[in-house]
Design a protein around this ligand. Sequence first.
Ligand code: SF4
Length: 335
Amino acid sequence: MKIDDVLNKTGSGELLSRDEMVFLLDFPSDSIGTYMVMAEANRISKEVSQGKAEVHAQFALNLAPCSCDCLFCSFAEVNGVFTASTALSSDQAVAYARQFEKDGANALFLMSTAHYPFERFLEISGEVRKNLKPETTLIANVGDQSIKSALKLKDAGFSGVYHAVRLREGIDTTLDVGRRRQSIANFREAGLEVGTCVEPVGPEHTNEELADMIAFTASFNPAYSGAARRIPIPGTRLAALGIISELRMAQIVAVTRLGMPRSVLGNCTHEPCTLGAIAGANLFWAEVGANPRDVEAKTEEGRGESVISCRSVFQESNWEVLRGPSRFYNRASSR
Ligand code: SF4
């Protein structure tokens, strides 16, 4: 296989095969081959998003030890990071949301842990929705849902969700892969756009596993796909496996872009970095409050980036940032 042939294929809009993605992922991260892939992914990302990157902003409605025990998550009971539960009041949630709206985030994400009461999630979301501009894009980041619950999210004013089948789901988590996939199908059936990601990538994941996951995310035409590395939670079993470099993450971000159809406008990476942006990432997240990658209860005092700092990383990488509601999550209306 030759890299020029693979890049010519994706350049003409054809989807890459699993073997071709594995071939690209096999290049050393600091090789000319990888830099060619990153440059091509950047070109395609700019083409499909008309040169405009987006910054989405997330806050959690609660912080609680979670019995789903995803080994990479600071909320997992088994990791013993957080032992007490706290939850935002409606007023606090509205204040966070309005601040993000004022900061100019292109979409606002409301997150909760898997066992947070769904009716309460809807109730607070309703308050948040009422206090935002009608055009502000609201996204839910919640646990697995039935079609009935997915429809309720749509009715509550959400444009979409974030949902992913995580790498080694069912092995590094107690969740069922089939249920994760079914939830994605349910959200789509309810008319919600689904954003997703190949995550959380650690050094132990093989190129074949990554290629399979890229292909899975492409299969349901998400609002965006992308790649995010695992942030080690100190003292945990997965932390002992280490962390991939930002450059390796950028390589995976770039291959993910090449593995998506052109109808997928977004390509995310987390945490925000210039290497990711030059490799074709056009979506970053700002975060406040509880964050599953942080051991600080208020991630703005820890790892969390702000809307302003995310914009600045894009600008340093020669990306303009969209002003206004997300195009990734509003594909139907922005065509
Ligand atoms: S990732 Fe979500 S479901 Fe898994 S432990 Fe963390 S909060 Fe629970």
